[in-house]
Structure formats: C-alpha cells, structure tokens
Design a protein around this ligand. Sequence first.
Ligand SMILES: Nc1ncnc2c1ncn2[C@@H]1O[C@H](COP(=O)(O)OP(=O)(O)OP(=O)(O)O)[C@@H](O)[C@H]1O
Ligand SMILES: [Mg+2]
Length: 246
Amino acid sequence: MTIFATYSIKGGVGKTSTAVNLAYLAAKNNFNTLVWDLDPQGASSYSFRVKPKVKGGSKELIAGDRELDGLIKATDFENLDLLPADFSFRNLDLVLDSRKKPTQRLKKLLSPLTKEYDYIFLDCPPNISLLSEAIFEASDILLSPIIPTTLSLRTLEQLKKYIKDNKLKHLQLLPFFSMADKRKKMHRDIIESLSEQHPDLLQSIIPYASDIERMGWERMPLAGYTNKSRSTEAYQALWKEISAIL
Ligand SMILES: Nc1ncnc2c1ncn2[C@@H]1O[C@H](COP(=O)(O)OP(=O)(O)OP(=O)(O)O)[C@@H](O)[C@H]1O
Ligand SMILES: [Mg+2]
C-alpha cells in the first residue's frame, strides 16, 4: 500500500488533475484505489461527480468520531473510490490544532484503510500549514507538479528545504513538470535548466493541453472522454515511471 499526496505550496499547478488521472490509471490496472479530496474547493469530488459533503464535517472526522470507511463513496469506475471533500475542510487546520499530536491525525485515520487499498491519493489544497504537516506524516510519496515558470524553482527549493529541515525521511518527493508548453521558449529553457539542477525531477512531462483543461467540464478522468492523445500518453508515462520507483 502506498499513500501519495498530490501537493504543492502553489495553487492551480495540476494537483487535482494528477490525483484524478493517476488514480484512474491505477484502478484500471486492477489496483484498489482511493482518492481523498482534502480540498474544501472539492475539485476532485466534482471530477468524479460525487457531492462534496461529509456528515459531521471536519470536526467529527478529525475527532475520530466517524470511521472513514463509512464516508467512502464509489465512483463510476471499477476499483476506484472517493472520500469526498466538505466545505468545513477549510477549517481543518484549526480543528487539527485543537487535538493532541495534530500532525499524526491523518496517518491514524488512514491506518484502517491501508488493508483495503493498494493506492491512496490525497488531493491537497495549496498551502503549507498544519494540515500539510499532517499530510506529510501520512504520505509515502509527494507528487509535486511544477509549472515551468521562474517562480517554480524557488517553490521546489522551499519544499525540499522543508522536508530536510523537518527530517521527513520516510517521505519521497517526486517533482515533475506540469502544464508545460513546449512552444514557449521560456518553458523549454526552464525545463532544461531545472532538470540539470534537480536530477530527481521525473522524466515524464504533462503538456499544457486543451483536452486536460476540459476535465472540469467533462467531470471525469481524461481517459473517460478521450481515447488516445498526447495527454493520455503523458499521464500513462508518468504513472509508469512512478510505478517503477515504488
Ligand atoms: N496540463 C494541463 N493543461 C491545461 N490545463 C490544465 C492542465 N492541468 C490542469 N489544467 C487546468 O488548470 C486548472 C487547475 O488545474 P488543477 O485543478 O488540476 O490544479 P490544482 O493544483 O489542483 O489547483 P488548486 O490549487 O486550485 O487545487 C484546471 O482548470 C484544470 O482543468
Ligand atoms: Mg486542486
């Protein structure tokens, strides 16, 4: 069992698209897979056409008054389940802060599910907070999409420093380029120089593509409405590369 978090300090970089599409591919390969939508915006819940509502909200969830098991919804896809978001998740930081050992809470909540699922994807909200710390404790792998812009180097370095300073040795950071537009010289230049400076960046690159952008409209993973394209191939290559590392 492996727990992935699609995580970045930055917003709008492709975290949700990554969680939804990679979870779809894992499930299609017959692995029992769960996506936990931890973002109050509920984007991955929306993509799977599941209502973003959790009985009892963040308080009862974090207090452990509700078993996660009872909150899980099936999706339209075999082997693929979803734990939906709830608008109260905007207060997850505060709710966590009121508990003992807040950074251990998610790990503890997830532990009964580790027997049921081969892969769990945590779709994270953008920021670095107490919730992120709890996510880092619970996860094995941080999948971090990087848009090739000048700020992205700084973001990646901040994240690496954070992991090092906090001695999160169990956590493997797998950064990869997202929304890369090879027609733009700046994107090509940044991809080249960042790849040299950070050889741990994955080789697979998710292109900027209108069929991926349409996911929010179609409300399903890319492969649900596109047969074969550069984008479906890019996600397949990314999943293959990640699977080989596990
Ligand atoms: N490779 C891509 N090419 C084009 N558009 C994309 C691509 N990836 C994501 N998008 C679009 O960009 C927007 C943001 O993507 P997504 O929701 O996956 O990012 P996010 O990091 O989860 O955002 P947030 O921080 O708000 O949670 C969405 O409208 C999505 O459809
Ligand atoms: Mg998102």
